[in-house]
Design a protein around this ligand. Structure first.
Ligand SMILES: [Zn+2]
Length: 235
């Protein structure tokens, strides 16, 4: 199964994806690599990262943003509050935005969209306000469009995301407990009107119990559910 994206999506486990764009730039979504128990060891040494997108401030999405931003010197896109926090940690390459906005980084256009989730940043023993959790619709150089939902429950305005941006593929959390599970994700697929889905945010820890097979059952045959293992790539 392929996406016909002219790009290579590698799932590093959990919500972390490395996207090699048609323009041969490396985009890292939700930089949680070194501490990510689902990420295969061989993939923890990343190629040159040209830009990062952060959906929200929880450690399993933001965990390596500071270290990788300093190592690669690349733009880190996030909401305003998370960008402010990143700057307090010495990251000089923040790109701040908020929902409805679009920024251009590494040759692609990233639009921030809503998510139904929380966004506190763990900083030592305290939680810092991290703004609102979000997702991204990313338009690659060749026009191919993917939606990375971040962590979210299903919400009715996913219909708007589908109508406005018509993503070619949706990367959706299905693990349950902290996000939607397969039942809710199937409704998200319906609202978004997508025919291709890459499930994520499952299996990393035992409580994240949702599985692609369940999503497939709920969606029916007309939707292609790509059952990737951490470390797998799809083009
Ligand atoms: Zn998460």
């Amino acid at each position: 199964m392929g996406l016909g994206a002219g790009a290579r999506f590698t799932w590093l486990g959990h919500a972390t994806f490395l996207v090699e764009t048609p323009g041969k730039r490396n985009l890292l979504v939700d930089p949680w690599v070194a501490g990510n128990p689902a990420c295969p060891e061989r993939l923890k040494r990343l190629p040159k990262v040209d830009a990062m997108l952060v959906t929200h401030g929880h450690f399993d999405h933001l965990g390596d943003a500071v270290a990788l931003a300093k190592e690669h010197g690349c733009p880190v896109v996030s909401n305003f509050e998370t960008a402010c926090w990143l700057r307090t940690k010495g990251v000089e390459t923040t790109v701040e935005m908020n929902k409805g906005g679009t920024v251009e980084v590494a040759g692609v256009k990233a639009t921030m969209v809503s998510a139904d989730h929380s966004c506190g940043i763990s900083d030592g023993a305290s939680i810092v306000y991290g703004g609102c959790a979000a997702g991204y619709v990313v338009t690659l150089e060749n026009g191919f469009r993917f939606y990375h939902a971040g962590d979210t429950n299903v919400f009715g305005d996913m219909r708007l995301i589908g109508e406005l941006y018509k993503p070619d593929v949706a990367l959706l959390p299905i693990g349950g407990l902290y996000t939607m599970g397969p039942l809710e994700a199937a409704q998200a697929v319906k609202l978004l009107g997508v025919r291709k889905v890459i499930p994520m945010h499952f299996g990393t820890f035992p409580p994240l119990a949702g599985r692609p097979a369940e999503l497939r059952e709920h969606c029916g045959a007309r939707v292609e559910v790509l059952d990737l293992k951490p470390g797998d790539s799809v083009e």
